[in-house]
Design a protein around this ligand. Structure first.
Ligand code: AMP
Length: 301
């Protein structure tokens, strides 16, 4: 496994690769969910490039950029074992030199949910991901359902800006009690950790109701809110039942796929989770086809 620490180094490494290249972009502090993305990429490509970069432009001024967990030596061990070929670990100064001036803004799909709560977040995500696409020129990129709106934003950007790559969405990996794996789970103390699966429970309850025929989005939101209310240390930022293509909040019944999503503060830690309806769509194929408009689909090179 090669480690490229500069822009020049990743360009040189990429130029030397032949065959299919898969990309997994991460912020490090890797867990089993990340590892699983790398393993899938490895099974389907000749070389997997993994990027580890805590991207300052996607964090708001009062967010956890400085505190975000960093553990490079463990991450490199995980990636070596998972079969990564090249790891790119730039610094913020390399990605955003002092005279940096160019940003990418995606429209309505980036505006609600996380975009509504975290102004500028998706501008930072779209900018860094487009830079990583340019530097690593992957045939296929692997993203997690955990960040469902991020995938919708990146699919839209890839289509609009003609990035010649395929985007694969992998289902959320969970702890045995249902908590979605996340680098931020490391912030939770024992009491908060015990409360954190409430996000999953709320999504599951609304999902079951949907499967029993409930199509009123406000009912689905109410069920999620009621379950979250049972945990006093869980403070919702938003509870959403949105159209899975546009991510607009639903106000009336629909037979189109619905994205249930939550952002909840548990103690000082902000957790997110989501579930696609109908439930059978929460597979790699279902997610990859549904999240984002299928007409956005871009052909691999
Ligand atoms: P991050 O390091 O949090 O930026 O995540 C890097 C990639 O891993 C993103 O595409 C995430 O959606 C994905 N990811 C994070 N957590 C999980 C999880 N629990 N299951 C599957 N993918 C995940």
């Amino acid at each position: 496994m090669e480690v490229a620490t500069t822009i020049d180094a990743i360009r040189t490494q990429r130029a030397a690769l032949t065959g299919k290249v898969g990309l997994v972009a991460t912020m490090g502090a890797l867990h089993t969910g990340h590892r699983w993305l790398v393993e899938q990429a490895k099974a389907e490509n000749d070389t997997v490039i993994v990027t580890i970069f805590v991207n300052p432009t996607q964090f708001g001024p009062n967010e956890d950029f400085a505190a975000y967990p960093r553990n490079l030596s463990n991450d490199l061990d995980v990636l070596e074992a998972a079969g990564a070929g090249v790891v790119f670990t730039p610094t913020p100064e390399m990605m955003y030199p002092p005279d940096y001036q160019t940003y990418i803004e995606v429209g309505s799909v980036a505006e609600g949910l996380e975009g509504g709560q975290r102004p500028g977040h998706f501008r930072g995500v779209a900018t860094v991901v487009s830079k990583l696409f340019n530097l690593t020129q992957p045939h296929t990129t692997y993203f997690g359902q955990k960040d469902a709106q991020q995938v919708a934003v990146i699919r839209r950007m890839a289509y609009d800006l003609n990035f010649p790559l395929e985007i694969v969405i992998c289902p959320t990996m969970r702890e045995p009690d249902g908590l979605a794996m996340s680098s931020r789970n490391a912030y939770l103390n024992a009491q908060q950790r015990a409360a954190a699966p409430v996000l999953h429970h709320a999504l599951q309850a609304a999902g079951e109701l949907y499967e029993q025929g409930q199509r009123q989005p406000e009912h689905l939101r109410q069920v999620m809110r009621a379950i979250l209310n049972q945990q006093p240390i869980a403070q919702p930022d938003y509870v959403s039942a949105a159209d899975a293509q546009t991510l607009r909040e639903l106000t009336s019944e629909t037979e189109q796929p619905i994205l249930l999503s939550l952002a909840v503060k548990v103690g000082g830690t902000r957790l997110i989770d989501n579930l696609l309806l109908p439930l059978h769509l929460n597979t790699r194929a279902g997610l990859s086809e549904t999240l984002g408009n299928p007409s956005y689909t871009v052909s691999p090179i």
